[in-house]
Design a protein around this ligand. Structure first.
Ligand SMILES: *[C@@H]1O[C@H](CO)[C@@H](O)[C@H](O)[C@H]1NC(C)=O
Ligand SMILES: *[C@@H]1O[C@H](CO)[C@@H](O)[C@H](O)[C@H]1NC(C)=O
Ligand SMILES: *[C@@H]1O[C@H](CO)[C@@H](O)[C@H](O)[C@H]1NC(C)=O
Ligand SMILES: *[C@@H]1O[C@H](CO)[C@@H](O)[C@H](O)[C@H]1NC(C)=O
Ligand SMILES: *[C@@H]1O[C@H](CO)[C@@H](O)[C@H](O)[C@H]1NC(C)=O
Ligand SMILES: *[C@@H]1O[C@H](CO)[C@@H](O)[C@H](O)[C@H]1NC(C)=O
Ligand SMILES: *[C@@H]1O[C@H](CO)[C@@H](O)[C@H](O)[C@H]1NC(C)=O
Ligand SMILES: *[C@@H]1O[C@H](CO)[C@@H](O)[C@H](O)[C@H]1NC(C)=O
Length: 548
């Protein structure tokens, strides 16, 4: 049986060879799972009044690096392996602006100083140390494109890292769609202008390189999320990221795949946030909505020719610039199905803090709710589902480390599409997704798989058993509503701690040659590591996008 499986799997797995450069990046940076945190909104210090944080006030609520450190169990118990925090640099300190105070951390004044609102250098180091002790990674958001100002003139630059006029582009409002203008003109608006740093100026380029090299080494940072990356010329990034020496994922806002893809590669960044797939997921799953699953299959098809490495894209459903999923879509099953796609297809899953609590705030500032009002409830459907998906994903990564059968390097393929959903397969994992929502329906989907007749499989989300039928079909019904299914050959789950599969490998390996062969196929590795993050996105772009 196991020998058969081994041969079967080696033929059936859908693999794509990767370019060497992508491999080099991957070797340098193994961030796979991201959980995003807004530092100010994640946790309160002891004794603070938890009732005083209203996102509409656009001001500080009191979260710090220390309170993140004190509440990491909540993140780690959900299976996350990294966090992404708000920018750590000093922000504008002054009278309240028409858009409130810089609680989000994106209104940089001097990048070389730390933001004292969030703690001291020792606090940040303690957070980094604690994460590493837990085998987790720290990703820090950095803002390079701009600093925050109160006027458009460049006469007093004393509070900034760059003090020469020539180190900024002169003021002009952005003409959207004109790439030069998007890069040289100013984000923000006349109420809160964001001075556009002249990233072509050699003094700027070298000062930024020195700064990032020092920041990364001083605080032991494992990765960078780059704010407003598309507002800086692409050729700025390779030397910046190489000075940093860590993984760089950039925010390239918008669903133009050509544009987003142009920021991934040796001439740009390691990776970008996956805005194109976000758009496709909303088109496919949001209820009410277009319910058009072709948006997903088309995007997956286009990926193949456009992105250098889809496996490094940052997959998300929410961030601080977008309305929460629950604000856009009335049926929670729509979020669960879309979330499964983000975890079980190519890319690094990113969960925005509060998504696991079903927060429903609309656009900025309502989507930056304090997390503490949730009581850090780890019993919500979303929290538990994320924990299961993380466990399976970490298990698949951990147990497939040979380069030819490695889960992370396999490419997700579409198995079946139907009027009400789609099924994808990545490595050995089949995800059957639907947009019919919660009400039970007398519907079923036949998914054609490469698996043999009679193979036992398990849906890890419900622990339901499936048996493969003739011609490799799996029949999935929706008589209990439109739940996502994540179906894996039951034998592969041995030792996964999923659906009661604990320590079975050890029992089977007692003197059984066949299980040795099986074990070779699924040898766990101690070296695999992963990352995840909670975080925040960017404000200047956001302000512009929403016209503030
Ligand atoms: C949920 O939280 C409680 C108390 O904080 C903790 O004891 C328990 O282990 C947590 N459960 C999970 C699944 O994380
Ligand atoms: C694009 O923007 C640049 C910089 O502002 C400007 O010089 C140029 O004329 C614009 N191009 C077009 C076609 O408007
Ligand atoms: C679904 O999306 C695809 C593009 O991904 C588009 O070609 C098609 O027209 C859409 N169908 C509907 C009904 O909107
Ligand atoms: C969306 O958010 C707004 C503001 O927070 C709220 O008033 C509204 O009820 C939300 N809608 C949904 C469907 O959650
Ligand atoms: C949004 O969430 C709040 C807080 O959990 C809840 O009271 C409210 O009913 C929700 N709104 C909608 C429209 O679901
Ligand atoms: C479901 O549909 C099938 C065929 O359309 C029908 O035979 C069956 O009675 C239906 N079941 C229910 C519970 O409606
Ligand atoms: C067998 O599976 C293939 C896809 O793998 C499908 O196209 C074909 O229709 C199936 N045949 C039957 C008889 O179900
Ligand atoms: C990965 O495998 C190693 C060695 O078997 C084990 O110690 C570690 O806990 C595993 N990690 C995960 C996330 O399964």
């Amino acid at each position: 049986m196991y020998i058969f499986l081994k041969i079967f799997f080696s033929f059936s797995l859908l693999r794509t060879a990767l370019a060497a450069t992508a491999e080099e990046w991957r070797g340098r940076s193994i961030y796979h799972l991201l959980a995003r945190i807004i530092t100010d909104r994640f946790a309160l210090p002891e004794g603070a009044d938890p009732t005083q944080c209203n996102p509409g006030d656009q001001t500080f609520c009191g979260g710090t690096w220390n309170t993140i450190r004190e509440n990491l169990d909540y993140v780690q118990n959900a299976g996350f392996t990294a966090i992404w925090i708000s920018p750590v640099s000093q922000n504008y300190e002054g009278p309240r602006t028409p858009y409130g105070d810089p609680y989000h951390g994106y209104w940089i004044s001097d990048a070389t100083k730390l933001n004292s609102r969030f703690g001291t250098a020792d606090d940040l180091k303690a957070l980094s140390t604690e994460l590493h002790k837990r085998g987790m990674f720290l990703m820090v958001d950095v803002v390079v494109n701009n600093v925050m100002g109160l006027t458009t003139d460049l006469n007093d630059l004393s509070s900034y890292m760059f003090k020469q006029k020539s180190q900024y582009h002169p003021y002009c409002p952005i003409q959207w769609g004109n790439r030069t203008s998007e890069q040289d003109c100013w984000l923000g608006d006349l109420k809160v202008p964001l001075l556009d740093v002249n990233t072509e100026d050699p003094t700027v380029v070298s000062a930024y390189q020195d700064w990032i090299k020092n920041l990364v080494s001083e605080y032991n940072i494992d990765g960078l999320r780059i704010d407003a990356a598309k507002h800086v010329q692409t050729d700025f990034w390779p030397s910046f990221c190489s000075a940093a020496g860590v993984f760089c994922i950039g925010e390239v806002f918008g669903d133009n795949i050509d544009e987003v893809a142009s920021f991934q590669g040796p001439d740009a960044l390691d990776s970008t946030l996956n805005y194109p797939m976000y758009s496709a997921l909303t088109e496919a799953f949001a209820i009410p909505g277009q319910l058009n699953t072709s948006a997903i299959t088309d995007t997956m098809e286009i990926y193949k020719t456009k992105f250098k490495d889809p496996g490094l894209l940052g997959n998300f459903l929410e961030n601080q610039d977008l309305p929460r999923w629950a604000n856009m879509s009335s049926d929670p099953q729509s979020m669960y199905n879309a979330m499964v796609f983000n975890f079980m297809s190519d890319g690094i899953p990113i969960v925005y803090y509060g998504q696991e609590q079903g927060f429903n705030g609309s656009a900025d500032p309502w989507n930056r709710e304090p997390l503490w009002t949730s009581g850090y409830n780890n019993d919500t459907t979303a929290y538990k589902m994320i924990a299961t998906l993380n466990k399976l994903r970490n298990f698949m990564i951990n147990s497939t480390t040979d380069t030819d059968t490695d889960w992370l390097h396999s490419r997700a393929e579409v198995l079946t599409t139907s009027a009400h959903g789609l099924a994808i397969m990545k490595g050995d994992v089949i995800s059957v997704l639907t947009n019919i929502g919660s009400p039970p329906q007398n519907l079923s989907t036949a998914v054609y798989t490469p698996y043999p007749n009679s193979l036992r499989m398990t849906d890890v989300l419900s622990c339901t058993q499936f048996v493969v039928g003739s011609n490799g079909t799996l029949s999935v019904g929706y008589s209990k509503g439109g739940q996502a299914k994540v179906i894996v050959p039951s034998d592969l789950l041995d030792n996964s701690d999923l659906c009661g599969h604990v320590d079975e490998v050890e029992q089977q390996s007692q003197g059984q040659l066949a299980s040795t062969a099986f074990f070779e196929l699924r040898r766990p590795s101690a070296t695999a590591s992963y990352v995840f993050l909670f975080g925040i996105t960017f404000l200047g772009l956001l302000c512009t996008a929403v016209g503030v």
